[in-house]
Design a protein around this ligand. Structure first.
Ligand code: PLP
Length: 384
């Protein structure tokens, strides 16, 4: 098997190259000439229809294959956003009366989708600490859902224990691998049935596309694609092409972000104005053991608590390099206060229970030089 850096470039590419083109051309066509039979043939085979919403144009097909190879799955499906990947997967595999058991803290929109939207269709969900997941599994539980690195506390579950639980109870196991990326972790290799992403983040890597994907067995992906075709959350061919380009540099970007983030996390953890740094690569982090066991690298995401929570606004506005913006995984470092952004929809009580205080800051390390980022963080800390 080739290294992931080679797969990111050559995996799934069109063979032979289209007109010899080194890069995949953009097929900016919504529809394609019908070639399933003669126009006057009433028995014509409409299965051969090619249409952008069906996710079967040349740009979709190449991308689906590359994504599957990167996550080492049988089949892949690119979608219009990370939330399209989450919602389409859930709606394809769950029915009225089914139950989901999920990790305690998930990305905010995923959490409210599971809690509020799915409830309207008679699908219930329990969120539980890792050690308590089994207690919440009942006769109607159909799916177990986790994130490879939770947002914003960077917790890493014991994936082997989660998939063992899924096998024991016959559940479909789904993981959001956005934060870790397939460079640092490949969930299907530890027994997850499906791995999904907000491809808006590291997979694309340039903060210029909203996209998502899901990878797993052909049987499950076909089911999800059938639902995707009805929900309509497809990705436009031009956006497919941008994501395709971003994927080629995935491995170099993530490796550099891994190297930079560990140095920055160590530096911040020694700073007098910082209470605690949450980074899975730090021995002080509760998830260090799991991260070391399962990950090839610890990722580019971290969060930290200022000793003075009242200084968060001043600190963020004094930074010169990280941009104050939601999202993550791009070439430019981004910073947010989770209590006011990704987790603003939770009640203060829910946030407190989840360990998300007002003094918590989340940092996505970009590709700026590590020393420049450290210098910038230090100057902002000096001013609070
Ligand atoms: N999953 C995770 C872990 C995320 O952080 C996000 C967005 O921030 C999503 C899913 C949703 O992705 P998108 O914004 O591409 O719909």
């Amino acid at each position: 098997m080739k290294d992931i850096s080679t797969t990111a470039i050559h995996g799934g590419e069109a063979e032979p190259r289209i007109e010899g083109s080194v890069t995949m051309p953009v097929f900016q066509s919504a529809t394609y000439e019908f070639r399933g039979g003669a126009a006057n043939d009433s028995e014509a085979n409409y299965i051969d229809i090619k249409y952008s919403r069906l996710n079967n144009t040349p740009n979709h097909l190449v991308l689906n294959k590359k994504l599957a190879l990167l996550e080492q799955g049988e089949a892949g499906l690119v979608l219009g956003s990370g939330m399209a990947a989450v919602s389409t997967t859930a709606l394809a595999l769950l029915s009225n009366g089914d139950h989901v058991v999920a990790q305690k803290t998930l990305y905010g929109a995923t959490m409210s989708f599971f809690k509020k939207d799915l409830a309207r269709f008679g699908i219930s969900c329990d969120f539980a600490d890792e050690g308590d997941l089994e207690k919440h599994i009942g006769n109607n539980t159909k799916m177990i859902y986790a994130e490879s690195i939770s947002n914003p506390l960077m917790e890493v579950p014991d994936f082997g224990a989660v998939t063992a639980l899924a096998k024991k109870h016959g559940l479909i196991s789904v993981i959001d691998n956005t934060f870790a990326t397939p460079v640092n972790f490949r969930p299907l290799s530890v027994g997850f049935d499906l791995t999904l992403h907000s491809a808006t983040k590291y997979l694309n890597g340039h903060s210029d596309v909203i996209a998502g994907c899901v990878v797993g067995s052909k049987k499950l992906i076909d089911k999800i694609n059938n639902m995707a075709v009805h929900l309509g959350g497809t990705l436009d061919p031009h956006a497919c092409s941008l994501l395709h380009r971003g994927l080629k540099t995935l491995s170099v970007r993530v490796e550099r972000q891994n190297q930079s983030a560990i140095k920055i996390a160590e530096h911040l953890s020694r700073h007098a104005k910082i209470k605690a740094v949450k980074y899975p690569g730090l021995e002080s982090h509760a998830s260090f053991k799991n991260a070391k066991k399962y990950f090839y690298g610890f990722g580019g995401m971290m969060s930290f608590d200022l000793k003075n929570p009242g200084a968060v606004g001043k600190f963020i506005s004094t930074l010169k390099l990280p941009i104050h913006a939601p999202s993550l995984g791009g070439v430019e470092s981004l910073v947010i206060q989770p209590a006011r952004s990704s987790h603003a929809s939770l009640t203060p009580g829910e946030r407190q229970k989840s360990g998300i205080g007002d003094g918590l800051i989340r940092l996505s390390i970009g590709l700026e030089h590590t020393d420049d980022l450290i210098q910038d963080l230090d100057q902002a800390l000096a001013q609070i």
